[in-house]
Design a binder for this molecule. Structure first.
Ligand SMILES: *[C@@H]1O[C@H](CO)[C@@H](O)[C@H](O)[C@H]1NC(C)=O
Length: 347
């Protein structure tokens, strides 16, 4: 009974799942509970152990239900929990849903840093993944460069890296300072997520819509929200922020190009007074202003004041905006089901 209830709840909250859950497709629930005994069938004491238990290349959804708690190598205060939790969903493990008890209740924490390649607390390499109700963190104490005299006063430390296709994050939080969320490649949908950071904290060459998300800036001088890395004008990638809010405690630019064909659109977003008046930065792409597509459309709030914006900001046409903000930009009809989509609860 409990199993069915939880699955129905999941369907209500993460609506596209039903496209794969029809009469022919099987799914099953498994559980992560650090306090469970070693011999409990279908209950794992770490998130990674639960992922490892999923058969390779299966097409049947497995829903991994994660209890509240802090899943980290050393914070074992509230849980008698010893394994480290740097969580990886490998390429051969598609159709997994990781479902926590809310991003303020279920935390996965790691304290790696140095580079975006080895540091992520959470890594998604496979396609068809759902993540809901979990907070991913890097410890901010490790984001300060011990030798600040040499260049960057911070070190990259990544809370999550996503390179699978068709990945859906619903009510997930990402906490970091520099390079928090590496939206590396693939089509992704982030709904009602919270992303914290300071420098280049949403980066990569994903093809993603961030809808109804909250972006929170924190830091000590001027930061940058995005560092998109589209490398070629023929690529269909880009970051689209739709009905999002940008809040926080430090001034940021909306983005700077990691590669010179970067594409980012903020659509109908609320900007608190944390947005630097120039809006965008050229970084290493001086002279290539026309290749980038960085723009805002129908944004509002103090930070949306256009006085002082860089002259090369891209003026997206109405039809470009329609194309980029439509669910078809991420091929939603292939993997996100429309009727359920519309019945999503707002929280
Ligand atoms: C995002 O929020 C708006 C306003 O509350 C709502 O109308 C819309 O359905 C939400 N989007 C999704 C995909 O839930």
């Amino acid at each position: 009974m409990r199993f069915y209830f939880i699955f129905i709840l999941l369907l209500l909250l993460c609506p596209h799942l039903d496209s794969a859950v029809d009469d022919e497709v099987q799914y099953r629930n498994i559980y992560v509970d650090p306090l469970a005994g070693q011999n409990s069938v279908g209950i794992f004491i770490t998130v990674q152990a639960a992922i490892d238990s999923v058969p390779e290349n299966s097409r049947n959804w497995v829903v991994i239900n994660i209890k509240e708690g802090i899943y980290s190598p050393s914070l074992t205060v509230s849980l008698s929990f010893e394994s480290s939790e740097k969580v990886i969903i490998p390429q051969e493990k598609p159709f997994i849903a990781l479902v926590g008890k809310g991003h303020e209740s279920t935390h996965i924490v790691w304290d790696d840093h140095e580079s975006i390649h080895q540091s992520p607390t959470f890594t998604v390499l496979s396609d068809n993944i759902v993540v809901q109700g979990i907070g991913f963190r890097v410890r901010t104490t490790h984001t300060t460069n011990p030798n600040p005299g040499k260049g960057n006063p911070r070190v990259p430390a990544t809370a999550a890296m996503v390179s699978g296709d068709k990945v859906y994050f619903c009510q997930v939080a990402f906490h970091g300072v520099q390079d928090t969320l590496w939206d590396k490649e693939g089509r992704h949908f982030f709904l009602e997520c919270v992303i914290h950071g300071f420098v280049d904290f949403i980066l990569g060459n994903g093809q993603s819509i961030y809808e109804n998300c909250t972006i929170v800036t924190m830091g000590d001088n001027l930061g940058f929200i995005t560092a998109q890395s589209r490398t070629d004008p023929s690529e269909s990638t880009g970051f689209v922020f739709k009905n999002c809010r940008v809040l926080g405690s430090t001034t940021v630019k909306l983005g700077r190009p990691w590669r010179c064909h970067a594409r980012v659109l903020f659509y109908n977003c609320y900007f608190a007074s944390v947005i630097d008046c120039e809006g965008w930065d050229l970084w290493l792409c001086t002279g290539q202003e026309r290749q980038m597509a960085f723009g805002e459309y129908s944004c509002y709030g103090h930070g949306a004041d256009q006085t002082g914006r860089v002259i090369w900001e891209h003026k997206f046409s109405k039809s470009e905006v329609q194309q980029l903000t439509d669910p078809s930009f991420i091929g939603a009809s292939e993997w996100l089901n429309q009727p359920w989509w519309l019945s999503l609860p707002t929280s």
